[in-house]
Design a protein around this ligand. Structure first.
Ligand code: ATP
Length: 249
């Protein structure tokens, strides 16, 4: 961990007032069971917040609330300038709040190109532009445009899944365990893209187990344990020996 220069410089033009993600006093759970016990966090536009935590800490639950899929019992959630608690999920998505959920949501029997066309029609964007932008971003998908998604490597499937989220040029990108099952080099490549997207002004909230790689692209980091943020700050401050204790806990 120490050999990497941790964290990127945040662009000077963005600040906490910019439309990213702001969560205040958030409590949420399932039925009577409360999973998140009062969360506060801010992801300004142009920044990457890496969220870590042991299994069952509530990371995916937090992402579900931020993308408007789960209604909290208490607190406020503003995403891309909208109230995520009261705005329907489809409207949040149209306004530029996009997620790449855990696991690669691709159709094994459709080609790369068919996926892009399907998602483009659904999102109302221009087919040619989306294809061109995707192939420029991921040359490997360009080479495999006629290949069935089910026969792509794990990394290529993840590139395709990310491409879906990028069809509508999102303002806020939520990434859940991007690295699952991927080789470290592929993970590093995907996170380079994440850093480049944030540099264009996107707010990125990512949940990750590959701590070192995620910290290298993050501008802020937070550790969630049993539904509470136990540490947060610049990556260099969060990344010390105690981090391992939290994650194994
Ligand atoms: P992991 O790293 O293992 O994916 P996580 O930090 O993302 O874990 P969550 O998936 O948010 O954790 O789960 C937090 C708690 O909420 C867990 O105890 C889990 O069993 C519970 N939980 C998650 N989804 C539901 C659900 N739909 N109904 C009931 N309980 C749920």
């Amino acid at each position: 961990m120490t050999s990497l220069r941790l964290g990127r410089q945040q662009p000077a033009t963005v600040g906490p007032g910019s439309a990213g993600v702001t969560v205040t006093g958030l409590r949420a759970g399932y039925g009577r069971i409360e999973v998140l016990h009062g969360i506060d966090l801010v992801v300004p536009a142009g920044s990457v917040l890496a969220l870590f935590g042991p299994n069952g800490a509530g990371k995916s639950t937090l992402l579900a609330v931020v993308r408007g899929q789960l209604r909290p019992t208490c607190g406020t959630v503003t995403v891309g300038g909208l109230d995520a608690v009261r705005t329907p999920t489809e409207r949040l998505a149209r306004a530029g709040v996009c997620a790449v959920p855990e696991g690669r949501a691709v159709f094994p029997n459709l080609t790369v190109r068919e996926h892009l066309r399907l998602w483009t029609y659904a999102g109302g964007a221009g087919v040619g532009e989306v294809e061109a932008a995707t192939y420029e971003r991921f040359p490997r998908l360009a080479e495999r445009r006629h290949q069935l998604a089910g026969t792509l490597s794990g990394g290529e499937q993840q590139m395709l899944a990310i491409s879906r989220a990028l069809v509508g040029s999102p303002k806020v990108l939520l990434l859940d365990e991007l690295s699952t099952g991927l080789a470290p080099l592929v993970v590093a490549e995907l996170y380079e893209l994440v850093a480049a997207l944030a540099a264009t002004g996107m707010a990125v909230l990512l949940v990750e187990q590959f701590v070192t790689t995620a910290l290298a692209v993050a501008t802020q980091a937070a550790v969630l344990v049993h539904g509470r943020i136990v540490r947060e700050g610049p990556p260099s401050q969060v990344a010390d020996a105690a981090l391992g204790d939290y994650l194994s806990g």
